[in-house]
Design a protein. Sequence first.
Lengths: 288, 396
Amino acid sequence: MIKNKSSKPKRYLTTILVYIITVIVCFIFFFPCLWIILAAFSGTGSIYNFNGFFPPNFSLKTFEQLFTGVTDVSGDTVMYPYMTWFLNTLIIACATAVIGTLLLISTAYVISRFEFKARRKLMKGALVLGMFPAFMGMTAVFIMCTQFQLLNNLWGPILMYSTTAPVGYLVQKGFFDSIPTSIYEAARIDGVSNFKAFYKITLPLSKPILVYTVLTQFTWPWSDFILPKLLLQDKSNYTVAVGLMTLPDTEFSRFCAGSVFIAVPIVLLYFFVSKYMVNGLTAGAVKG
Amino acid sequence: MAKVTLKNIYKVYKGGVKAVNDFNLDIPDKEFVVFVGPSGCGKSTTLRMIAGLEEITSGSLYIDDVLANDLEPKDRDISMVFQNYALYPNMTVYENMAFGLQSQKLPKEEIKKKVDQAAEILGIKDYYNRQPRELSGGQRQRVALGRAIVREPKVFLLDEPLSNLDAKLRVQMRSEITKLHQRLQTTFIYVTHDQTEAMTMGTKIVVMKDGFIKQVDTPTNLYMHPANIFVATFLGSPQMNLFNAKIVKDGKKYKILLEDGTENVVPLTTNKLLEITDDNFVDKDLILGIRPRDIHIVPNTEDGFKIKVEIVEKLGDENLIYTHLFGKKEYTIFVVDAKQEVKVDDELTIKFDEHNIYLFDKENEESLFKIPEYNYFTIDDINKYLDIEELSKKIY
């Protein structure tokens, strides 16, 4: 074989190019985050007295203010109850993580393991439904929640998030598909019920995909804006995302601090369980 | 302990694919039955129908004279060993074996006793606390067998249990399963595509092809009296050699012409002539089969077929000789002792052993010879072997 002499510099050039592109892309993604973080630590509180992009001086004042809130003129209504919003978000996200995961995992398991009449139709239906953006159903969701008197109630978004979760069952089904059927057949011969086989065999084998599912079910309501904006109208029921949007321009650094603070748990969560996440994703992908 | 009866069993998949056709079989108690055949012949499907993992499209399945078509697997009193072992990956060896008993809600001490017993037989007591992934293939297979034993089922079903093991371990496990069968004295139904496994383990072999049973008999009878070309070529290694043949009358005697050559003649012995069931056998298109071990080298001076050696395969104790005979496209293979020096390009004279030839009708591929009536003995018969009178009653 004739050696291509130009191959080495060419390879370097490609590597350099790839790095440059990566740095640019990283910068594009990271810069807004950085800006928000810096603004959160701004000492002035407003966006209008920044020197160009950056705040003139830094302090932790905004974070302190975040939890004290601001009382209105009469002195009894807290205008920006960040702590309440935070708790609301936490309640909605945790409840969705539990209920949504239960529904999603059982849907994926049933579709993966059992042959039943409507199976194919259900799968096709879910696929088609999944293609539409979720907010297309907002009117229906709003009407439904009005009918069930779930408007302005944390259960509204919780139920909406959890019950729509099973539509995205494909990754989990892929994972369950990779567990050999003969294990279930052995269990069937052993006289083990379907449910017992599920929690004694499938669940212990599915830790990575469980972690992945809980995380995705948690993060979605945690950062979602549209649905809570639609369903929660009382200030005391707001989630952080909705609450922060009600802040006036003058409270820009409060807005930034709120955004940064809400991002912390998610970042930590991803940091600790990313190992399982990757496992879960690839495990599901093997036999997608 | 149970007998299994399959009557007109069919399996038709969605889209009309017939996996099993009119399967009729009586499996007496304590029998070791082997289903053998190439992949896709329906042997595993049949086994899975007996297990209850696959629905029976039509026909009836009786386990101990009880109609079992619609019984759940757990109510059939069977246990099954799978090709990929199908151990529960998240449980230890002990838990794997105890899992089935736990769901029967047996008391803990009894479970422990039963698991201990099974583990003792298979020599896996030392691995109790290990997980399947920490075991070798052979050990896993033993655990899978152990899981099947603890339930003390009426029927053992084994679906190619040795095909994931390496050659040496396979031979070892083969004899262990045979020993297990003798020890447990239970009905075993074993599926394999490996004819050696079938021949060495089964007390009765069911040869299948394309969803049909081709022949059912003891290993020896199948080898000695194949009912059709498929069975004749499927069992025995190297495979039986086949030639086009025609029986012609030569004065008072009969002779067989091979591949339309007037020179290629094999005499038809009186014994073989008496075995022929078809009355119009003269001048009919036939297939002659001869096993590689029934072709012998004779001195050049004698009558026989002159050949040129084309390939020599050395197996150690014997050599396989490949040659082209009678202008046939396929190789003719025969076996010679390794001590007999045969080299490529050697010119030899060979002779067919006329007492060990097989003749088949070319049209329907059925044997021309009479197949002995289903003459096989159960283990009970063999145990009664000393009682000659009893046995002779069965034979005559």
